[in-house]
Design a protein around this ligand. Structure first.
Ligand code: C2E
Ligand code: MG
Ligand code: MG
Ligand code: MG
Length: 283
């Protein structure tokens, strides 16, 4: 069972747990060094509320600038960190960097929007996760209602009681929860109907061809209707064109995110958006 396996994986900080290619082991060692040397940083991708077209939140995405190899994608190193047990350290690093950044914005009266942090299922299921979370945010005196946690749909497959309890405890701290990459896992809305979650994020793969593919159009429409029926807010990710945006607006989608609205930004350009009271141009 997956939860048990993940628990077991936590015991190891061991490169032998990796699918051994020399490349993975090397990257695993480099990741540890990078954590120590602070070669990771965060970027922020704005999310816009379609009711008033305003910036409503921002998703934090981790970036790794390797001194020799250059930019390494999280799509490459996050799975590796998950296999090797390094992920909890990495997730804690991201949470701390986010808390530090929010504190900095608050001190400078730059009213930050809600900040969404991606969290691996392994970190989420750790019995000490809530303590880690409250300790980190307590250290910077940032209240937990500033953040949202994004969990991929895949996390929900296993052991529904355990997941449900953990979600309730996390929600009780003031954090909101989004289900990321919705539609790609084996979950369904009927399965999540009793879980303490706030938003679902429709996976990018359904948005890509929204303007040309009738099936995708119908799937997205159905997800929005059912989610609203369950009192969940809907976020569409990977919005790249005006046509996709218009369709999502017509379908009653609540929030949008994607390159058409804004690329992920480093802290400084993101702060410029905060100062501008940015809104989407209405079509
Ligand atoms: P995700 O959480 O679904 O994040 C969205 C990904 O889509 C990001 O890629 C983002 O840059 C990209 N994206 C956003 N808008 C568009 C668009 O319009 N078009 C296209 N083609 N792509 C778009 P990124 O940053 O490479 O992250 C990939 C995945 O890595 C994330 O998927 C997430 O699962 C994971 N990840 C990223 N940062 C973290 C982190 O700090 N912690 C953990 N645990 N996972 C992370
Ligand atoms: Mg995400
Ligand atoms: Mg996603
Ligand atoms: Mg994704």
């Amino acid at each position: 069972n997956l939860a048990k396996k993940q628990e077991r994986d936590l015991m190891f900080y061991d490169p032998r747990a990796l699918n051994e290619t020399d490349h993975s082991i090397e990257l695993w060692q480099e990741m540890q060094k990078a954590l120590d040397a602070d070669h990771f940083y965060l970027v922020f991708q704005p999310l816009f509320d379609l009711k008033d077209n305003a910036l409503i939140s921002a998703e934090v995405l981790i970036r790794w600038e390797h001194p020799e190899k250059g930019f390494i994608s999280p799509a490459q190193f996050i799975p590796l960190a998950e296999q090797s047990g390094l992920i909890s350290r990495l997730d804690a690093w991201v949470l701390e960097a986010a808390a530090k950044q929010i504190r900095n914005w608050l001190d400078r009266q730059l009213t930050p929007p809600r900040i969404a942090v991606n969290l691996s299922g392994i970190s989420f299921l750790r019995p000490d996760f809530i303590e880690t979370l409250t300790t980190i945010f307590g250290k910077y005196d940032v209240s937990l209602d500033h953040i949202e946690l994004e969990l991929t749909e895949g996390v929900l497959i296993d052991d529904l009681d355990r997941i449900s309890n953990q979600l309730n405890s996390i929600r009780a701290t003031g954090v909101s929860i989004s289900i990321d990459d919705f539609g790609t896992g084996y979950s369904s809305l009927s399965r999540i109907k009793n879980l303490a979650i706030d938003n679902i994020k429709i996976d990018r793969s359904f948005i890509d061809d929204l303007d040309t593919c009738q099936q995708d159009l119908k799937i997205v429409e159905a997800i929005i209707l059912m989610a609203h029926g369950l009192n969940l807010s809907v976020i569409a990710e990977g919005v790249e064109t005006q046509e996709q945006l218009s369709i999502l607006r017509q379908q009653g989608c609540d929030t949008v995110q994607g390159f058409f609205l804004s690329r992920p930004l480093k802290a400084e350009p993101f702060e410029e958006l905060l100062e501008q009271d940015l809104v989407i141009e209405v079509d």
